[in-house]
Structure formats: C-alpha cells, structure tokens
Design a protein around this ligand. Structure first.
Ligand code: FES
Length: 137
C-alpha cells in the first residue's frame, strides 16, 4: 500500500441506478468493535468518496477520510484511524488528532478545524450511511 494511496483491503460499497436514493449498508455492528475503525469507498452526492467509521464507548461515528490539513486520507494502514490508546482519531500524515464524537481537531496543524461528519444509523445490528450523504439524495 502506498502511504498516500488507498489500502488494498478497503471495501467498496456502492449502490447503482434507482437504488442511489437508498441508505448504504456499511457493515454489521459486530464487525466494528469498540475501539475499532473501518474504511470504505462509497458513492456520495459528489461522487466516489473514501469514508471511515470509528466506534468508541460513546458511540459510532462516520467521517469523510479527508484531513482538513491537506485533504489527504488519514490512514496509512487499512482500517486504522484511531491512535494507540483508541480515544482519538489520528491522521497518519502529520499526526493531527481529532475527537471521535464531533471530528474536531484538538492537536496538530489543523487545530480548530474538523473532519466532515456523515449521518449514520444502526438498524437491526447493521450500520447504515443515511441518504443525506449518499448519491442521488
Ligand atoms: S495531512 Fe493530516 S495532519 Fe497533515
């Protein structure tokens, strides 16, 4: 995997044609344990985008995989978006740290800015990206 590229294991999740107005199923709840994170490529209103989920004791959160510092992806290793202690999202490029709850940068070159949050919902133990973010909505 290249440091600036997408991890080879990233999962592409997309819906085609008439189904674009629907929410997108990302993964099962048990595939994202507390302290875990996962990346996906999805079709959003502005085209194909890299996004990620993080799960902490306070909940599950979805963000675009785009650091406010340079716009590049936060991860260098597939599905690793959290720091070693699992309490903050960390950008692998220059080390910016973000709160999982609201995406606010609390340390690093983009302090005061925030990740772009995406709406999600857990339905029947499945994590869904809601139509407000998906293509065609
Ligand atoms: S690109 Fe994320 S901190 Fe610089």
């Amino acid at each position: 995997m290249s440091p600036a590229g997408y991890p080879a294991a990233r999962k592409l999740v997309t819906l085609g044609g008439a189904l674009k107005l629907q929410q997108i199923k990302l993964c099962r709840l048990d595939e994202l344990p507390v302290g875990g994170s996962r990346g996906f490529d999805v079709e959003l209103t502005d085209g194909l985008a890299s996004i990620f989920l993080v799960r902490t004791r306070r909940g599950i959160f979805a963000y675009r995989n785009s650091c406010p510092h340079t716009g590049g992806p936060l991860d260098w290793v597939a599905d690793q978006f959290l720091n070693l202690t699992g309490d903050l999202i960390q950008c692998a490029t220059h080390g910016a740290l973000f709160r999982p709850d609201d995406g606010a940068c609390v340390s690093g070159p983009c302090a005061g800015r925030a990740l772009q949050a995406l709406p999600l919902q857990v339905i029947d133990a499945q994590i869904w990206l809601l139509p407000a973010a998906t293509a065609g909505s």
